[in-house]
Design a protein around this ligand. Sequence first.
Ligand code: PLP
Length: 438
Amino acid sequence: MSVNADLLESFKSEFLGKKKINTGSGGDNENAHTMDVTNTADYKIIEKIDDVYGRKGMNNPYFMPRSSGLSNKVTSRGKEFICYSGYNYLGLANDERVINSAKRSLDQYGTHAGAARMVGGEMEIHTELEQTLCDAFGFESCVTTVGGYMTNVATIGYLMGKCDLIIMDEYMHNSGVMGAVMADSRRIVFPHNDFDALEALLSENRKNYEKAMIVVEGAYSMDGDLADLPRLVELKEKHNCWLMVDEAHSFGVVGKSGRGLCEHWGVDVRKVDIVMGTLSKSFASCGGFLGGSDEMIRLLRFFAPGVLLYSTALPPASAAAANAAIKVMLEEPWRVENLQNNVRQFSLLARERGFDTGESGASAVVPVMLGDSMLAVHLMSDLQQVGIIAHAVMYPVVPENEARLRFFITSEHTQEDFIYTLDSLKRILANTTAYTGV
Ligand SMILES: Cc1ncc(COP(=O)(O)O)c(C=O)c1O
């Protein structure tokens, strides 16, 4: 069954199978029905979390409103927290140069992007940002978009079609999976970072399809480990595939100067057909970008649906903030160094206290593996009560036995933050009897 058909089936059984009669104002009406979303498995998860937090007199920890800027500390509902739930990896979101760049662009352009890039939404700040990205990362060409998630969906969905093969790591971000759904190609997943398995699958299947694309993340957003780029380049050349690498969590983080996976592995960026990145992580802004050959980027600039075609451009203030942030990153290499040292230190301190941090250590994402969604939710709430924000990642985002707390480490965190956090976590866990029967 195709991915689309799978998705349609699960949608039907989850929602359409449970449609309920809406009595409305005129009594029972067989023809008027709404879908009762409270019966869905996902809604039950929300209610379970409400319940855990409600019993502790707390608010649901998701959508916690922040009233301060974002650094290692944040303020929410009048209380200060050490925060591990922000992507501000290099601490640039509060940098004066970044803020002033956004302010100047507001003065020059106003708040609005105008329209889609090709029909009235093109601004000089877009071109300037794309040049900055090319200079920083060595792309032949680059285009920026209005969102990272939709950049993956649109690129994969547009470039690939029914007669093609998309082969992706099993841990690929949902945006890549949805790109494959849109493409309606044959989709095969290979076991996480198992390149022998990838090779075997390519040997068996590549010949049956016209185009083929290998899709991976540079640094995995749940586990914090890296893809083996030299091996991927070897395989994509041997089997005549495109290689697309999502560097959302590796730009600004991985490589000596934060230039990402290619810098880390010493691979020429032109060996990667499509590099995808976001402006929303290290670069203190919002939006996505694509790097590749002149021709590939030209094609996507015209036709990538939902991020370039049929969609309004990146707002000028966001473009200007990212433009300044990338320049500051390059001018101040100590930020990347601090971040990488902090990751090493946090991981070491965590392991010294007996926590399982999986395969992480090479990027800013460090999980503490727990293997039980409700345990993760309880620990998240107990940490919150002692002034620490670290969010639980649970089923269905990861398999139940891989539920975890996920820590985003930044260049701004201090050793004091880490020791307080990990000692608190250890103490809470030691006092935890069984969190079952919730
Ligand atoms: C690996 C990966 N790719 C893409 C995205 C989407 O990026 P954005 O948040 O900029 O839409 C994310 C979001 O966190 C991500 O983790």
